[in-house]
Design a protein around this ligand. Structure first.
Ligand code: HEM
Length: 485
């Protein structure tokens, strides 16, 4: 057979890919036309469910290189030697819109990173924002419903967005961030990435630390104003994807420097902010940034569907020396992602090349399911313990244990001495230059003034008043002017 013969899925040569087989010259088509039936049926099955959030995204391969010694804080193998490199895959994303949405919108950006370490894949699934809107996972589906398209009108509604926030004062910090100057990144290359949650590191001596991750872009932070973004969306809805793929094809490899904030575990209980509240930051004056290494992106995926759409990140994919903190939001996420992927991609999604470990092998007793291609070597038992030298546990905990006390129940997150919903939002406002403040006010007022109900507007304004009296007063004035005008 010539090298480039077109074949069916089963490898048989195709005689005619232009004309369907029919009963006679002008008659109906024949079910025996395998090429026609297979092509149409296959095409009908091309789409899979898009991610329920972060549906639109862009991915790239690269590496992480350790530049500073952090072995005093974690025994993670991939961080244990200065100069050590680990292959990575990253997926950036917008959050609220569906797969075909525009890139240059005011929305957080996902920053999901997979490290293919020699001790298994470590996924750090963060955003370009150091904080989040809510602090309990039980609110997440409601929050997302309020931000995505309304079930009746089919578009995002200011009424829903602000109604939810009016009942969620803890969102004031993140809302201030989102409507500020960094709310619309110019591209994925020009934004920082954050783990946002607090995680736990454990060193070789078993000592525990709480950490926050900060990836600082080496391209410089660049953002778009609301007006620039509107123009950009009109001119090129795929601006972030185009920018990333073209930069890497040109050999302009984007990079980020990873820093961490490190808190000895014993300091958590008495810290002025609850360190496990994802609506709060740790001021750098309390816990300074310490450099860890460098992330470089240097290779585009060959196929967007195969490697980006089917990429699966889970905050519960840890490696020894790194583990979760008791942050309630993080705890909820430890369940949600792999569950979403079993639905979206199937139970064997970890076998796909982009999701499988690259620097080690997955060896366990998980078996079968749809599209199983790694069912263990011939003769291996499918139960454990066994007497046949099958793989067995290490008896080494991944991370240090954490003490708990109290009663089961539906508790609010504990408040530390400086905790309320508004202080850090006010601090962020007060940090801004006069111009920045004016743009922030205009951005929020432009959206909030579209809300049709007075009570929703009033409840939201009360949050900004509580954050900073000037912030609240200026916003109230702008919203009134826009509604009257
Ligand atoms: C309890 C709160 C949350 C829940 C239940 C949740 C749930 C989800 C789910 C189900 C997906 C789709 C996963 C998939 O289909 O592969 C997703 C994607 C994502 N989430 Fe969350 N999320 C939460 C909060 C957060 C927070 C706080 C962050 C950032 C700090 C975040 C960052 C991301 C990112 C970056 C993606 C896209 C991952 C990718 O590129 O494939 N999420 N989330």
């Amino acid at each position: 057979m010539p090298k480039h013969t077109l074949t069916t899925e089963s490898g048989a040569p195709v005689a005619d890919n232009q004309n369907s087989a029919s009963a006679g010259l002008g008659g109906p088509l024949l079910i025996q036309d395998q090429q026609l039936i297979e092509k149409l049926a296959r095409f009908n099955r091309e789409r899979i469910p898009e991610r329920v959030v972060h549906a639109r995204g862009s991915g790239a391969y690269g590496y992480f290189e350790v530049t500073d010694d952090v072995t005093g804080f974690t025994r993670a193998d991939f961080l244990n030697t200065v100069g050590k490199r680990t292959e990575t895959f990253i997926r950036f994303s917008t959050v609220a819109d569906s797969l075909g949405g525009a890139d240059a919108v005011r929305d957080p950006r996902g920053f999901a990173l997979k490290f293919y370490t020699e001790e298994g894949n470590y996924d750090l699934v963060g955003n370009n924002t150091p904080v989040f809107f809510i602090k309990d996972p039980i609110k997440f589906p409601d929050f997302i419903h309020s931000q995505k398209r309304d079930p009746f009108t089919g578009i995002q509604e200011a009424d829903n967005v602000w109604d939810f926030w009016s009942h969620s004062p803890e969102a004031t910090h993140q809302v201030t961030w989102l409507f500020g100057d960094r709310g619309i990144p110019a591209s994925y290359r020009h934004m920082n990435g954050y783990g946002s949650h607090t995680y736990q590191w454990t060193n070789a001596q078993g000592e525990a630390f709480f950490v926050k991750y900060h990836f600082k872009t080496n391209q410089g932070v660049r953002s778009l104003s609301s007006e620039q973004a509107a123009e950009q969306v009109g001119a090129d809805a795929n601006s972030h994807q185009r920018d990333l793929v073209q930069a890497i094809e040109r050999g302009v490899n984007p990079s980020w420097t990873l820093h961490v904030q490190i808190m000895p575990a014993a300091e958590a209980a008495d810290y002025r902010f609850n360190p496990f509240d994802v609506t709060k930051v740790w001021p750098h004056s309390d816990y300074p940034l310490q450099r860890v290494g460098r992330l470089v992106l240097d290779r585009n995926p060959d196929n967007v569907f195969q490697e980006v759409e089917q990429a699966a990140f889970s905050p519960n994919n840890f490696v020894p020396g790194i583990g979760p903190s008791p942050d309630k939001m993080l705890q909820g996420r430890l369940f949600a992602y792999a569950d979403a992927q079993r639905y979206r991609l199937g139970v064997n999604h970890t076998l796909l090349a982009v999701n499988a470990p690259k620097a080690t092998e997955a060896v366990n007793y998980g078996r079968d399911g749809l599209a199983a291609t790694r069912n263990g070597k011939r003769g291996l038992k499918n139960y454990e313990p066994n007497s046949y030298e099958g793989p067995s546990q290490t008896d080494l905990a991944l991370s240090a244990p954490q003490a708990v006390s109290g009663w089961t129940g539906t508790h609010e997150a504990p408040l530390h001495v400086k905790d309320d919903h508004f202080f850090q939002a006010g601090e962020l406002y007060r940090l801004m230059s006069e111009d920045e403040k004016s743009r922030l006010i205009a951005n929020i007022a432009g959206f909030l003034s579209q809300v049709t109900r007075d009570d929703v507007i009033e409840r939201n304004l009360a949050h900004f008043h509580a954050a900073d009296t000037e912030y609240g007063a200026r916003l109230e004035e702008s919203v009134r002017a826009l509604r009257e005008g």
